[in-house]
Write a protein that binds this ligand. Structure first.
Ligand code: ADP
Ligand code: MG
Length: 621
């Protein structure tokens, strides 16, 4: 709740709206206690007194009634009717929407066609018809305004509910034996409640306006009772000669509707879970850079990550996801990055092209050099030109990264044409060629498939084809085979290896699978808690792991044909990234740790080719 308020107040306009509406609400509630004139007492001798006259702060109207008093009483009434109408419409409309969406089928059909019938009438006409049938009066105006807004809520909430009703957690609740009412109240309602609140906060202003409109036409509040609409209606005839009588209620309506709308927009933004962790802004196009310290000098590598630091600021906590990582690849080389889940592999990879979501992410140090040029803090356009063109990514879940509504061919051609000036048909030829390259059988036909029509392995090949589309120099593959079965995994690995040999592609291959790195990679870097703890040629690292963590990680891999043996799980948990211990982050889980391990920074040291960040490395004999 406090986080919600903090977010709301960070939005200045919403805070302003909240302040204004709060003052108006307070005034409205305090009205009966204030020393005001009677709003309905007529004093024809005092007609049309100007504002700021003796004892009449806002003057008087055509019957000599005190405008300030009428304004406050009128505001009170208008707010009460508008908010009550919004509540009624929200409760009835949402109930209809949830029931229709949850039960679906015939219930849905019958209920929603009824709602559609209401929606088929023009809004104000329907309200007029209802008031005409019930007779004028404020209560009937309330009923009319609530009734015409029910379909809005019903439609909105039904849409959301239909999406939720098919989800697994609802099935799980059914399997657990819950009844319909219970499922609706405990499973569905909490999920749609934010939507209801948002819909209400953005429509309450409308409903106040509509009530005022009916009163203006003489169908709402009846004389002498004042509400904002009837005050405007009565002032109409004197609009030119005594403008203050219409300006006073008009201004109040403006203030109320404006402040409620600003507040409503703010509430909507603050309730949006995607915006909750960050500031009230959509993620930036490139990762925020707040670099401290000197930038490391250029090297002659194709891609060099140098002492990279990436952090996430969530609330007051600072998660050091990447704490000084250096990696480099030359053309045709493949580097494996291995480590437990959460060790910072993906964040390292995404930092290269400024793809870490900001907020909450920020790069706080180091450099990423592509052919010597520093990409950190480079202008967006410079990064965009290289994204997908010089440096391409393959992600773990191709179903999530391919757009479900476009054919794979369209997505491939889009990738090509955003960097190359090719005609549509040329790009299509190239797309087919690419699908052939990644060994998709019958590419001419498959190019017109939707992602869901392909198997997981094929989709991942499309992902690779997309990465290859512009013949990049570097491919960063983030666990590309984790979701695949072993046969397909082997094919994908062969494919990547062939491409590397044929095209001199450099590959950074992120995985947690030692078998995969052994097959594909020249060198391995082992990551733990956002740092590299061991790096060296694949054979050396796998054959003679020097860091206790690497050793235990390898011991966790079951061996085929090795019979049943006890798997040596690593005791303890990975460290919390916002509170890393000084010294070695692995020390709390390490059997060889000594006091000196916990003291200070431990450098990555050892022979140039095989370095380890450990004071007591385990070199094999
Ligand atoms: P992995 O090695 O499994 O790829 P990641 O690089 O994805 O791990 O994550 C490293 C750490 O950064 C994790 O502790 C994760 O919780 C944190 N992290 C990643 N993305 C975000 C984010 N958007 N907001 C906050 N923390 C994040
Ligand atoms: Mg990852």
């Amino acid at each position: 709740m406090s986080a919600f308020l903090a977010l709301l107040f960070r939005n200045r306009l919403a805070a302003m709206g909240l302040a204004v509406i709060a003052v108006i609400l307070l005034l409205a509630m305090a009205t009966p206690l204030l020393p005001l004139h009677d709003p309905d007492v007529i004093a024809t001798a005092d007609r049309f007194m100007r504002p700021l006259s003796e004892g009449r702060l806002l003057g008087t109207d055509h019957l000599g009634r005190d405008l300030l008093s009428r304004l406050l009483h009128g505001t009170r009434l208008s707010l009460a009717v508008g908010i009550a109408a919004a509540l009624i419409a929200a409760v009835i409309g949402s109930a209809i929407g949830i029931v229709a969406g949850y039960f679906g089928g015939r219930t849905d059909n019958v209920v929603m066609r009824g709602v559609d019938m209401l929606m088929a009438f023009p809004y104000i006409l329907l309200a007029l018809a209802i008031v005409a049938a019930l007779g004028p009066g404020l209560m009937n105006a309330l009923i009319a305004v609530a009734a015409v807004n029910v379909p809005f809520f019903a439609r909105n909430i039904r849409g959301i509910t239909v999406g939720l009703a098919g989800r697994e957690f609802i099935d799980a609740a059914r399997l657990a034996g819950m009844g319909h009412t219970r499922i609706i109240l405990t499973e569905l309602l909490p999920n749609v409640l934010p939507v209801i609140v948002i819909a209400m906060s953005t429509t309450v202003g409308w409903m106040i306006l509509e009530t005022a409109g009916l009163s203006f036409l003489g169908l709402g509040s009846q004389p002498p009772q004042a509400d904002l609409g009837s005050m405007l209606g009565e002032a109409r005839s004197a609009m030119i000669s005594h403008p203050h009588t219409s300006i006073v209620p008009g201004l109040m309506i403006f203030l109320i509707v404006m402040s409620i709308n600003l507040l409503g927009d703010g509430v909507r933004d603050a309730l949006d879970p995607r915006l909750r962790s960050g500031a009230l802004s959509r993620p930036r196009a490139t990762t925020l850079v707040r670099r401290q310290g000197a930038t490391p000098p250029a090297t002659d590598d194709l891609l060099a990550v140098q002492d990279l630091r990436t952090e996430f600021q969530v609330g007051k906590r600072n998660y050091r996801a990447v704490g000084g990582v250096s990696l480099a690849v030359k053309p045709g080389e493949s580097l494996g990055v291995i480590g437990e889940s959460g060790s910072g592999k993906s964040v390292t990879a995404l930092s290269v092209m400024g793809l870490v979501a900001s907020p909450p992410g920020a790069i706080t140090g180091g450099a990423v050099r592509f052919q010597g040029e520093d990409l950190i803090g480079a202008p967006y356009e410079a990064l965009r030109q290289k994204r997908g063109d010089r440096v391409a990514y393959v992600f773990q879940d191709p179903l999530a990264t391919l757009h479900p509504l476009y054919r794979v061919g369209q997505q491939l051609t889009e990738t090509i044409r955003s960097h190359r000036n090719l005609s549509k048909s040329e790009a299509r030829m190239r797309a087919i060629q690419l699908l052939n390259d990644v060994r998709i059988p019958n590419a001419e036909r498959r190019v017109d498939d939707y992602p869901h029509e392909m198997s997981g392995g094929m989709r991942q090949r499309v992902g690779i084809a997309m990465a290859l589309a512009n013949e990049p120099d570097v491919i960063i593959a983030d666990e590309p085979t984790t979701a695949l079965d072993v046969t397909v995994q082997a094919q994908i690995l062969c494919l990547l290896d062939d491409l590397r040999r044929e095209r001199g592609l450099a590959i950074i291959f992120i995985t947690h699978d030692f078998g995969v790195v052994a097959q594909l990679c020249d060198r391995i870097a082992v990551m733990y808690a956002g740092r590299i703890v061991e790096e060296g040629p694949t054979q050396a690292v796998l054959g003679a792991p020097a860091h206790p963590y690497t050793r235990r990680l390898i011991a966790c891999v079951p061996e085929l044909g090795g019979g049943r043996r006890e798997l040596a799980a690593i005791p303890g948990l990975p460290p919390v990234l916002d509170d890393l211990p000084p010294g070695c982050a692995f020390a709390p889980r390490c059997t060889k740790a000594e006091e000196s391990c916990r003291q200070g920074e431990i450098p990555l040291q050892g022979p140039a080719l095989h370095a380890v960040r450990c004071l007591f490395p385990e070199r094999a004999p």
